[in-house]
Design a protein around this ligand. Structure first.
Ligand code: BT5
Length: 380
């Protein structure tokens, strides 16, 4: 059940960096360090003594006890014995910073994302969790307008007014799915903003593929859907503020069906009539999945691909997206992003252009790059 190999020294280093940059609250930072030790001990069933934690953090036993109570309130189930110490009794599913950040910080990677100033140097910090919220994108857009820090994350368990594109709705099951948004302040031109959305879709697709194994086809439906065997598992909504030559910020919101049964909610009705029913990871995997580890993996993968976009490696992101392009070779109708009554072009999808545009070969053989719009497979 518990299989987290954590680099404890790395967790502590990243906690220190978060504190120094003032993107991590001191109380949360201490609980992240406590949770890292509890995760580390969990596979063997060993207990972590209050005394050891007090020594580690340089605080009293009573203060350790308070942190443990805060963890319990946040949804972590711990068993404790007098004098025997603490132990995780179940795999936590709370997507609070104390539970997710140790997994993110301790993940086994080369640490090359820690260069100061990189767009994605700390995707996930500051980490803002709300039990319920209207829309994580709306909340983060407000933060963005008030000098929010690049990498800032807003995540909720219950998104009550989730948005898709064109005023559509995104529906998630409270406590079952992942709904979160990340703020970026990238060093790319306004015309290159769509690179970040494609990079996000690629990150999600790769994490999902790793999880489900090679037997499943995990594809990207241009520009912002991730599909498992043709069924939508994830939607991405990006919103940006820019002027003629500069992107001020980009908010990228991700909704991923994890442990819900979206097919039963009838989400493909109405505007999406005729499309295959959406699917969740649990339905695809045949078992429920702990969300914190998944969120940590997603944040790590997103940071990696956004870093590539930021550091001139866009072409390899584009090629990897093209390999997962589910539209290629199919007959498509592209409608305007402003009004789905207006057909922009029709033809056969012919891959992705240099900026990640959808290439559509018309009936007369000419290839037209499409930068924005709503794609449906023709006949649907
Ligand atoms: C999207 O729009 O797919 C973008 C969804 C982005 C959601 C995230 S959650 C965090 C952040 N905060 C927000 O408020 N939004 C973002 P679009 O391509 O327009 O697709 C919307 C359509 O997907 C709807 O009209 C439904 O038919 C369908 N849909 C709604 N909920 C779904 C779900 N859970 N799974 C699959 N399909 C869904």
């Amino acid at each position: 059940m518990f299989s987290h190999a954590l680099g404890l020294a790395q967790v502590d280093r990243r906690v220190e960096a978060g504190l120094a940059a003032r993107v991590l609250e001191p109380g949360v930072a201490q609980r992240v360090r406590i949770m890292a030790r509890l995760y580390e001990a969990a596979p063997s069933g060993a207990r972590v003594s209050g005394e050891a934690l007090a020594g580690l953090l340089g605080i009293s036993r009573a203060a350790v006890h308070k942190h443990v109570e805060a963890l319990r309130l946040a949804g972590v189930t711990l068993d404790s014995t007098r004098g025997g110490g603490y132990r995780l009794s179940t795999q936590p599913d709370a997507v609070v910073p104390e539970v997710v950040l140790p997994l993110l910080f301790g993940a086994d990677h080369d640490g090359s994302d820690e260069s100061p100033g990189a767009t994605s140097s700390s995707v996930g910090l500051p980490y803002r969790y709300s039990a319920a919220i209207d829309s994580t994108n709306e909340s983060l857009k407000e933060i963005a307008q008030h000098e929010g820090v690049a990498g800032a994350l807003v995540v909720t368990d219950d998104q009550t007014g989730g948005r898709g594109r064109l005023g559509r709705r995104w529906i998630s099951q409270p406590g079952k799915d992942l709904t979160f948004s990340v703020l970026l302040r990238p060093r790319v031109l306004p015309a290159e903003a769509s690179r970040l959305v494609l990079a996000a879709g690629l990150a999600v697709a790769e994490v999902v593929q790793r999880l489900l194994g090679p037997g499943r086809t995990v594809g990207i439906k241009w520009p912002n859907d991730v599909l498992v065997d043709g069924r939508k598992v994830c939607g991405i909504l990006s919103e940006a503020s820019m002027d003629m030559d500069r992107l001020h910020w980009v908010v990228i919101g991700i909704g991923l069906n994890v442990n819900s049964r979206p097919g039963e909610a009838g989400l493909w009705d109405g505007g999406d009539a005729g499309r295959p029913a959406p699917v969740s990871l649990a339905e695809s995997a045949g078992e429920e999945l702990p969300r914190p580890a998944l969120l940590a993996q997603l944040l790590d993968a997103l940071a990696g691909h956004w870093r590539q976009v930021d550091t001139g490696a866009w072409e390899s992101v584009r090629l990897a997206c093209a390999e997962r392009d589910v539209l290629r070779g199919t007959s498509v109708v592209v409608r305007s992003g402003f009004s789905t009554d207006i057909v922009v072009t029709e033809g056969t999808a012919a891959g992705l252009g240099p900026e990640g545009e959808l290439l559509v070969r018309g009936h007369d053989g000419t290839v037209q790059p499409v930068r924005a719009g709503e794609v449906t497979l023709s006949g649907r």
